[in-house]
Each structure stands twice: as structure tokens, then as C-alpha cells.
Design a protein around this ligand. Structure first.
Ligand code: ZN
Length: 268
């Protein structure tokens, strides 16, 4: 069976429901985390790098099943679509900011080696302004970094100098969870937890589950082997409803991952 279809995504969601997992938005999950709830809880986190239309389709599917998820949008043309963001928010999903301000600042300075102070100042101003734009649509409380594997900057470094709490942000998942308690899975680069094509979207963890397909996840779930707390990061752009779109994504992804593998190997 083909992976990364909407059909198998629905199967995954249904399996979690049948196995009595509560779905929460990231903001709520973070609060529950503090109260140390013993229930099985899961967050469907979506990084909308591109194709907001796919995000909308996913949001509708989740809504049909009574599930609330969290959607992180970038503030670039390929991702930020005000109408779609509003529509997704209206279904009760959480909206967050998928930030990449250091990478953007590097481009804005037009210098190959800008002064670090200057770069960080441009980046934090960019962050603040973009957050303001988001909050005209939705009261954003959580943010998460966009990996940008080909950029030299890890956008999380911004928080070595500044504090996101000062901007009314309550949670950045890469910093605010203990990933020995919360099992994190990502479909970055359209591979499950694959580090040869995934440079930054990973966490320190004790969990060693072998997940190579969505079906692997479903099987682990049915065998009751998955941890009680989970965050799954799903990029809607990798998933398709019909065969033509599926093959298009598959071919482009093969090429992209070929390049990424070379770049990531070169950085190690
Ligand atoms: Zn991203």
C-alpha cells in the first residue's frame, strides 16, 4: 500500500482514537504537561512549509473525526494564506508561527558575513513584526522553528540571545518538552525519522522505535507499544489525495532528498 496518502492518514488518526488517545493542540498539551495528566495524549503538529491548500484538506479531515491539531505557518508566500488560516482556525485548530528569522536576516543584510549583533537585531525585529501580523488573525501562543536545511543558520539560536516568553509565547516545542517523556516522530523530507535527509528536525531521546512507514506506527499502536505522550509532526505538503499528485510529490522528493543527503553529509 502507498504511504503518505490521505487515506492512510485517516487510518492513523482512527487508530489513535480507537486506542484511547486524547488529541490536544500543542498549547493545551503543554498546559496538561504541567499538570502531569496520566491520560494518553497526542498532538498532531503540522509544519506548513508549502501548499496551505493541503493543510486545509487535512484540517477538514481531522475536524470530521473531532480532532484538534496545531498548524504552524511560515510568513512567506508559499505558506501564508490568510483565508486558509482563518478557515482552519474556525474549525478549532490551533495556529502557530513557523519562524525562520535568522535565515531571513542573513538574506536581508545582503552580506555573506554580517556582524552577528546586526543579524540578531534584524532577526528579532522580523520575528516581532511577523508575530504581530499573525495575531491580527489569531492569538498565537506557540511557535516552532522552520528547519531550512540548506541555510547555515539554525533558527533556534535566536533564543540564545532573546526570550520568546517576552513576546507572549508560551511554548516552543523543541525547548519545552522532555523528549524522554514525549515520543516525537516526524515525516520531515517525507521519510519517518530519517536523519540522512533531516538536518535539524530531531530531538534527544531515549525512545528507539523503528518507524519507517505510517503502517509501522499503526502496528506499534495496535500492539500497545507506543508511549503515553506523543507529538507527531506531519507536513501536509508530503501527503496526497489522488495518484497523480502522489507521484508528482514522490518524484520531486526523490530529487530533493538526493541533494539534501549530499549537503547533510558534507556538514557532518
Ligand atoms: Zn518547516
Amino acid at each position: 500500500m502507498k504511504d503518505f496518502t490521505f487515506h492512510i492518514y485517516e487510518k492513523l488518526l482512527t487508530s489513535f482514537l480507537q486506542n484511547h488517545y486524547e488529541f490536544h493542540t500543542l498549547e493545551k498539551f503543554h498546559n496538561h504537561q504541567i499538570t502531569k495528566s496520566l491520560n494518553q495524549q497526542i498532538v498532531m503538529r503540522h509544519d506548513v512549509d508549502r501548499k496551505p491548500q493541503n493543510a486545509l484538506q487535512m484540517a477538514k479531515l481531522e475536524n470530521k473525526l473531532g480532532i484538534r491539531a496545531t498548524y504552524y505557518f511560515r510568513i512567506v508566500k508559499a505558506s501564508f494564506d490568510e483565508k486558509i488560516i482563518q478557515e482552519i482556525a474556525l474549525m478549532g485548530h490551533e495556529i502557530g508561527y513557523h519562524y525562520e528569522n535568522l535565515s531571513i536576516a542573513q538574506i536581508l543584510t545582503k552580506k555573506t558575513k554580517p556582524h552577528k549583533e546586526e543579524l540578531f537585531e534584524i532577526a528579532i525585529k522580523d520575528f516581532e513584526e511577523n508575530l504581530r501580523i499573525f495575531r491580527q488573525i489569531y492569538p498565537v501562543k506557540t511557535i516552532c522553528m522552520h528547519g531550512r536545511p540548506l541555510s547555515k543558520w539554525d533558527n533556534r539560536e535566536l533564543w540564545k540571545k532573546y526570550n520568546y516568553h517576552d513576546f507572549g509565547v508560551t511554548c516552543e516545542p523543541y525547548f519545552d518538552f522532555d523528549f524522554n517523556e514525549v515520543f516525537y516522530v516526524t515525516d520531515a523530507s517525507r521519510c519517518w525519522n530519517n536523519e540522512t535527509v533531516n538536518r535539524r528536525d530531531k530531538v534527544e531521546t531515549k525512545f528507539k522505535f523503528k518507524v519507517e512507514s505510517t503502517n509501522d506506527l499503526i502496528e506499534l499502536l495496535d500492539k500497545k507499544e507506543l508511549p503515553k505522550k506523543m507529538i507527531i509532526n506531519i507536513h501536509p505538503e508530503h501527503w496526497a489525495e489522488n495518484n497523480i499528485e502522489w507521484f508528482k510529490i514522490w518524484i520531486i522528493r526523490k530529487l530533493k532528498n538526493f541533494i539534501k543527503k549530499k549537503v547533510i553529509r558534507g556538514k557532518k
